[in-house]
Design a protein around this ligand. Sequence first.
Ligand code: URA
Length: 201
Amino acid sequence: MQQSFPDDRPLAVVAAEAAKCTDCDLYRNATQTVFGEGPEDADVVLMGEQPGDKEDKSGHPFVGPAGKLLDRALEEAGIDRSRVYITNAVKHFKWRPAGKVRLHQKPNREEVNACRQWWELELAAISPKVLVCLGATAAQAVFGPSFRVTKERGRFTTLPTGVEAVATVHPSSILRAEERRDAEFADFVDDLRAVAGRLQR
Ligand code: URA
């Protein structure tokens, strides 16, 4: 585990700094930095991989199809989205052109590491009870590269900062699941219900 939340600058200050970030090359092809959003006193931080096409254009995290699915899952799990802070491990959209569309590309290790400073500062400012990593990129950024969501989803681990962290699947993987989609969605809601349970303690 590689955790060292460095300081507690207010989120607005951190967001303004992140908006100018050129620490890796992803800013070159992205429309803008998509910083996290939500209350500074949120009990839960959800962390995805990186903004998608819609998020890149709008500047807001999880507003596209994956975000809609996430909204539904949070509601079913009894977690109020307006009380959740939602962010991404990487703050710029990485894509390649395919005809008229921009195809998502997975960020590499250096890109994820270059962005680590931003989510560490987000967590330091928010101090949530629970951090939920959505998918492998976020989970490996937090728990290390050998973490496997398939094997270790739903397992709560207390980070050195005292935050309880857990990983589950990325909502996009549910959208891609086709005939297993309902079952995958139900498992995702179960993982989020376990998060809701932690908040009651
Ligand atoms: N997928 C992510 O990981 N984050 C977003 O903001 C949107 C889609």
